[in-house]
Design a protein around this ligand. Sequence first.
Ligand code: HEC
Length: 157
Amino acid sequence: MKTKKVYLFTFGMLLIFLSSFGIWKAYVAKAPFTDSDLKMMNKELIKLVEEGDRLWHSPELGTNGLTCGNCHPDAANSNANTFPKFQTNIGDVATLRDMINWCIRVPLEGKELPHDSEKMKALEAYAIYMYRMQQLRPGDNSKEYPSNPVKSGPGYP
Ligand code: HEC
């Protein structure tokens, strides 16, 4: 017990020591980003969303000429805000990436993507971005949620 207290005390002193140099701050909290930092970050995200949009409307993910957009225009009915949730066709709690792969394999008759691939990241970014105005409802299988209304253009940024 005593050694535990000594460790805690030492750790505490170390934190105080590090924070006095402003070093610890970098690890515990988000930096107050500048406007140009935020702009740069958003630009990078939109680039990924754009790539997701391209893939979503490209037959390259499958083998039968279908695209995600044929059945999910503007990401509609992908219900990106409801994941993770139980999927009866998978028989388990599925992530959005699991379901993207299910649709690549089944309706598109394509080859599933590795979950950590750039293409998967882009498809996920597009779907979530198109659902950005919806409240997160993990597990909700009660109904379909519309994606953000698109009056013209791709629906972003
Ligand atoms: C031929 C029509 C069709 C195409 C093409 C298609 N899907 Fe689907 N998608 C469905 C159907 C049907 C379901 C519902 C399956 C279920 O939940 O039983 C679904 C469900 C989904 C879901 C989960 C929705 C939910 O709430 O359960 C996501 C996410 C999804 N699709 C993404 C995609 C992506 C990404 C692509 C392209 C790679 C794609 N879909 C292509 C028909 C299609």
